[in-house]
Design a protein around this ligand. Structure first.
Ligand code: UD1
Length: 418
């Protein structure tokens, strides 16, 4: 079981490098199923969500080779995965559905798992593929889809990131033109479209609400370097804001972090965008209000780390969660350190300025786990963070090591009694 011992950190300083984005790498890996040529992805982070998706891709017939930090996916042919238990382990496993269907004319995939932060249905993925011409038969907890895909106009009821990615990938090999309306605009969507275009796809409008895809007969291989991880960068910036730090997050892309940078500035920290990354100095003091929204709104993945920032501010902050129904699970754990937080429906009211004291917390999901690690850094004395499901290592490459590099005192302990 992953357990972390976290001691009070007076101040962070120095430089830390951000990894390649998990949420960009996962769909791009799935895009490897769209071509028989090798797709080589540079700087793939060593996180367990990636390891799991690589296993799934192998199960789908791809040859997957990790060489240093690069991964090559070569799918001479594709098939539906046999090991359903792997599909259940991560949400992004649903992203193989569109590519397998588009490539081979049929796909049978179980329901995905991932962080338990809400119901997380896949109706928009399935409805979109149906609109493209797939016949859908639910069988024993799995989705069986078959048929030749033909371009059409699809309106997404919600700008779902995963559904936009799945449909965009499927439409690259559909016959004719597909238009996705109310598409998600996240930087990871643009990155996937850039990679697909480099593979020979004809996608325009990615990053806007209307994405147009002209189907092509085949895609070819390429070498692609995905974008930096904006959530990891944001988590490191929050770590600095709660410790009166002065750090440079190398490789962080300010353009992708606009809403967070504005919010952090409101709290009183100094932000400087440089050629090589983002520098943050000073401490968060002023309370704030935020509302999570689809991009370019405030990212839901940054809500839990910002809850910890709110604990440092003098006064009451309000955090509205509008994207997922069950994303305040960190609140109960932070209370174990003495945090004063009240949740009313989808709003967390955080009373900042109280001293936190070390305690034992249990990670409940990926971003919640990271926020607990940050909280441990500002609590007096020692804290223990138990992460039996390994949530933090699922999505952050070496988070404790990176924090240690800039002055945090965090140890992964192997023999902590459960
Ligand atoms: C992705 C990110 C995740 C982030 C989320 C929102 C990856 C691997 N994960 O998740 O880190 O928190 O975007 O920015 O990229 N929904 C439906 N029906 C569907 C699909 C989604 O109702 O078919 C709902 C979801 O329950 C949720 C909302 O739409 O309430 C947004 O979900 P979505 O954008 O699809 O998130 P993911 O792609 O799962």
């Amino acid at each position: 079981m992953a357990t972390y011992l976290i001691r009070h950190t007076p101040r962070l300083s120095g430089e830390v490098e951000v990894s390649t984005a998990k949420n960009a790498v996962l769909p791009i890996l799935a895009a490897g199923l769209l071509t028989e040529d090798p797709l080589i992805i540079k700087d793939v982070p060593r996180i367990t969500d990636v390891d799991m998706l690589l296993q799934i891709l192998r199960d789908c017939g791809a040859e997957v080779v990790r060489s240093g930090s690069d991964v090559s996916v070569c799918a001479l042919q594709t098939q539906s995965p046999n090991h359903e238990e792997n599909i259940r382990k991560l949400r992004a496993s649903i992203l193989i559905l569109g590519p397998i269907l588009a490539r081979s004319g049929s796909a049978c995939v179980g329901l995905p798992g991932g962080c338990a932060i809400g119901q997380r249905p896949i109706d928009l993925h399935v409805k979109g593929l149906q609109a493209l011409g797939a016949q859908v038969h639910p069988i024993g907890g799995k989705m069986q889809l078959s048929g030749r895909l033909t371009g059409t106009r699809i309106y997404l009821d919600l700008p779902s990131v995963g559904a936009t990615e799945n449909l965009m990938m499927a439409a690259t090999l559909a016959e004719g033109k597909t238009t996705l309306e109310n598409a998600a605009k996240e930087p990871e969507i643009v990155d996937l479209a850039n990679c697909l275009n480099q593979m020979g796809a004809k996608i325009t409008g990615a990053g806007t609400g209307t994405v147009t895809i002209i189907g092509v007969e085949r895609l070819h291989g390429t070498v692609y370097h995905p974008i930096p991880d904006r959530v990891e960068a944001g988590t490191l910036l929050c770590a600095a804001a709660i410790t009166e730090g002065s750090i440079l997050v190398r490789g962080a892309c300010a353009e992708h972090l606009r809403s967070l940078l504005f919010k952090l500035t409101e709290t009183g920290v100094g932000i400087k965008e440089t050629q090589v990354g983002i520098r943050i100095t000073g401490s968060a003091v002023s309370p704030f209000e935020l509302r999570t929204l689809a991009y370019p709104g405030f990212p839901t993945d940054m809500q839990a780390p910002m809850t910890v920032v709110a604990l440092k501010c003098h006064g009451t902050s309000m955090l509205h969660e509008t994207v997922f129904e069950n994303r305040f699970m960190h609140v109960g754990e932070l209370a174990r350190l003495g945090a004063h937080i009240r949740v009313e429906n989808n709003v967390a009211l955080v009373e900042g300025g109280h001293v936190l004291r070390g305690g034992v917390m249990r990670s409940t999901d990926l971003r919640a786990g990271a926020s607990m690690m940050l909280a441990g850094m500002i609590a007096q004395g020692e804290s223990i963070l138990q992460d039996p499901a390994g949530h933090i290592e699922r999505g952050y490459q070496n988070l404790p090591e990176k924090l240690r590099l800039i002055g945090a005192d965090i140890e992964r302990i192997e023999d902590y009694p459960s």
